[in-house]
Design a protein around this ligand. Structure first.
Ligand code: IPM
Ligand code: MG
Length: 361
């Protein structure tokens, strides 16, 4: 049966290892439900620079544009570190986000009961953590103009990035934040730096205005430096966080500590016609090629793909449940291992989860 077209972009490093496991999980869901998935591979990032001289070849962009959803791995690596930002592997991902208008990035961070000890933080701090970061993804410092490096007559350089947001850009991500919060515990924390930045003052003003459309959601404001502290001090006080691009980038990595590992965090990038799903972790060159990377973030990302792009909510729940089942059985990749657990590599973890997904039907 002709079905959903999924663009698969494994990218670099562990992206090459974890993405196939997520594809296997979707294939398993397809078999169990009779829903057809058509996977088409695209080249992106450093691999694309090596093969085609550009991090996002036109064929890959085309593939993404025509797909129902994109499953993305990771991009970057030491081999391309010498390149200027505009030519780096990361640029491929940034262009995709921008061109596909993926302005809202959902990054859930949950401390699952069986992984409490995987976090370096105390049990009393992380236990019960269940939060969602809604990160603005196509504005702010990442894309603001002017940007670039200029040189004065004496050869002294000056580098510029600009943090800029229009009211419209703030409004639309604010609405996503409120919508997400409405389906959770109805508490939205807007994170900004309104004591210093005019951008943040506008951000706060717009958030307050949009909050009138969501009277059932409680809105509060936290400064980003304070949020960084509270996130590892009292993470359970947060439900849904909405914040601008760079703040969200930083805070979502910090949130990985609450979930036990970066290898646990999935994400969904939404807003345009095609959603993009990727683990929050990067290409992890230090462990790439060893078959030990945690595929769970990629598999949870596939579950988000089912949930948000294909509206296969029950199947998404089944995948999530299957992952938890395998964790309950004591299997762990190295990043989340603790004494008494059973060690699994990337493929083995994928096998276990595939089997657990089959058992959900
Ligand atoms: C992320 C990553 C990206 C970002 C990089 C790879 C461009 O860190 O998705 O959090 O900065 O947004
Ligand atoms: Mg990041």
């Amino acid at each position: 049966m002709a079905g959903w077209k999924i663009a698969v972009l494994p990218g670099d490093g562990v992206g090459q290892e974890v993405t196939p496991e997520a594809v296997r999980v979707l294939t398993t869901v397809g078999k169990a439900t009779g829903v057809g998935f058509e996977f088409e591979q695209g080249i992106v990032g450093g691999a694309a620079i090596d093969a085609h001289g550009t991090p996002l070849p036109p064929a890959t962009f085309d593939l993404c544009r025509k797909a129902n959803a994109i499953l993305f791995g990771a991009v970057g690596g030491p081999k391309w570190d010498h390149l200027i930002p505009d030519q780096r592997p990361e640029r491929g991902l940034l262009i995709l986000r921008k061109e596909l208008d993926l302005f809202a990035n959902l990054r859930p961070a949950t401390c699952f009961p069986m992984l409490v000890d995987a976090s370096p933080l105390k049990r009393s701090v992380v236990e019960g953590t269940d939060l969602m970061v809604v990160r603005e993804l196509t504005g702010g410092l990442y894309f603001g103009e002017p940007r670039g490096v200029e040189e004065d007559a004496d050869g002294h350089r000056r580098a510029i990035n600009t943090m800029a947001y229009t009211e419209r850009e703030i409004e639309r991500v604010a609405r996503v934040g409120f919508d997400v919060a409405r389906k959770r515990k109805k508490r939205l924390t807007s994170v900004d730096k309104a004591n210093v930045l005019v951008v943040s003052q506008l951000w706060r003003e717009v958030l307050v205005r949009v909050s009138k459309e969501f009277p059932d959601v409680t809105l509060d404001h936290v400064l980003v430096d304070n949020c960084a502290m509270a996130l590892v001090g009292r993470p359970t006080q947060f439900d849904t966080i909405v914040t601008e691009n760079m703040f969200g980038d930083i805070l979502s990595d910090e949130a990985a500590i609450l979930a036990g590992s970066m290898g646990m965090l999935p994400s969904a990038s939404l807003g345009g016609a095609v959603g993009l799903y990727e683990p929050v972790h990067g290409s992890a060159p230090d462990i790439a090629g060893q078959g030990i990377a945690n595929p769970i973030a990629a598999i949870f990302s596939a579950a988000m793909l089912l949930r948000y792009s294909l509206n296969m909510v029950q199947d998404a729940d089944r995948v999530d449940a299957a992952v938890l089942r395998v964790l309950e059985q004591g299997y762990r990749t190295g990043d989340i291992a603790s004494p008494g657990t059973k060690r699994a590599g990337t493929k083995e973890m994928g096998d276990l989860i595939v089997r657990a997904v089959e058992e959900q039907y």
